[in-house]
Design a protein around this ligand. Structure first.
Ligand SMILES: Nc1ncnc2c1ncn2[C@@H]1O[C@H](COP(=O)(O)OP(=O)(O)OP(=O)(O)O)[C@@H](O)[C@H]1O
Length: 233
C-alpha cells in the first residue's frame, strides 16, 4: 500500500494530497493545473513537499529520488540520445554500463518483453515515439521498482498505439504486482486500463473509485463536472 499525506504550496496553489493506492493500476484524472504532475513530482522526490508518504510501512519522504522504490516515465525525454537502445535499458541496472552476465541477460529479457530485441543497437533518434516509450518501459522492467509513475507518457501517440502501450503497462503492472499511477486527461483511458480512478481538483484528491464507475449507468456526482468539462473541450 502506498499511503500519501502530502502538502505542497506554490503561490496561490495549496495542495494537500491525501489518499492511498493498492497494487494495480490507478488513473489520475483532473483538468489542467489541478495538480496531477505536482503529485507525481512529490512522490518521485523531484519536488520537496511537507507531510508523509510511505510504501508498505516504509517512510519515503526523506529518501532521494534514486533511493525510492519508484520509476517514473515522463511524456518524453526518457532516453539518453547518445546511448543505444541496449545501453538505455542497461543504464537502469548500472549507470557505468558494466554489467555481469546475469544482468546482461536481464536487459535482453526486458527488450524481448517489449518487442525491441531487433532494435538493441539502434539509437533513440531512429525510433518511433511508441518504440522510444517501449525502451523506457524496458528500463522500468530491469529496475524492478514496485511503483511506477506515468505522466501522460503516451499522449503524443495516435489512439491505436496509445491503447497498445496502455495494455503493455497494464500487463507489466499485473505480472510484476506493481503499484502504477497513470496521469491522464482522458476518462476513456481510465476505463480502458481498469483498476482505480482518482479525480484531482485544486491539489486535492476528490475521489478514488473503481474505474468501472465511469462506464456504468450512474456516474458519481463528483466526476460529473469534470466529465462535462472534458467532453465540452
Ligand atoms: N514550480 C512551479 N512553477 C510554476 N507553477 C507551479 C510550480 N509548481 C506548481 N505550480 C502550480 O501548481 C499548479 C498545479 O500544476 P500541475 O502541473 O501539477 O498541474 P497538472 O494537473 O499536472 O496540469 P497539466 O494537466 O496542465 O499538466 C498549477 O496551478 C501551477 O501554477
Amino acid at each position: 500500500m502506498l499511503s500519501i499525506d502530502l502538502y505542497y504550496d506554490w503561490d496561490a496553489f495549496h495542495a494537500h494530497y491525501q489518499t492511498s493506492l493498492a497494487p494495480g493500476m490507478t488513473t489520475l484524472l483532473g483538468a489542467s493545473g489541478e495538480g496531477k504532475s505536482t503529485l507525481l513530482h512529490l512522490l518521485g522526490g523531484f519536488l520537496q513537499g511537507r507531510g508523509r508518504v510511505s510504501f508498505q510501512g516504509q517512510a519515503l519522504e526523506h529518501l532521494l529520488p534514486y533511493e525510492r522504490p519508484i520509476s517514473t516515465l515522463f511524456q518524453s525525454d526518457n532516453l539518453f540520445p547518445q546511448l543505444t537502445v541496449w545501453q538505455n535499458v542497461a543504464v537502469g541496472i548500472a549507470p557505468s554500463l558494466s554489467l555481469q552476465a546475469e544482468q546482461k541477460a536481464k536487459v535482453s529479457w526486458a527488450l524481448k518483453q517489449t518487442q525491441l530485441s531487433d532494435k538493441a543497437d539502434q539509437y533513440p533518434q531512429a525510433l518511433s515515439g511508441g518504440q522510444a516509450q517501449r525502451v523506457a518501459i524496458a528500463r522500468v522492467l530491469v529496475r524492478e521498482k514496485p511503483i511506477l509513475l506515468l505522466d501522460e507518457p503516451f499522449s503524443a501517440l495516435d489512439p491505436a498505439l496509445r491503447e497498445e502501450m496502455l495494455a503493455l503497462v497494464n500487463d507489466v503492472t499485473e505480472r510484476f504486482d506493481m503499484t502504477t499511477l497513470l496521469v491522464s486527461h482522458m476518462p476513456s483511458e481510465a476505463v480502458f486500463v481498469g483498476g482505480k480512478v482518482m479525480l484531482i481538483e485544486k491539489g486535492k484528491i476528490m475521489a478514488n473509485e473503481e474505474a468501472s464507475v465511469l462506464s456504468g449507468g450512474q456516474i458519481p456526482e463528483v466526476f460529473s463536472h469534470y466529465l462535462r468539462m472534458t467532453t465540452a473541450s
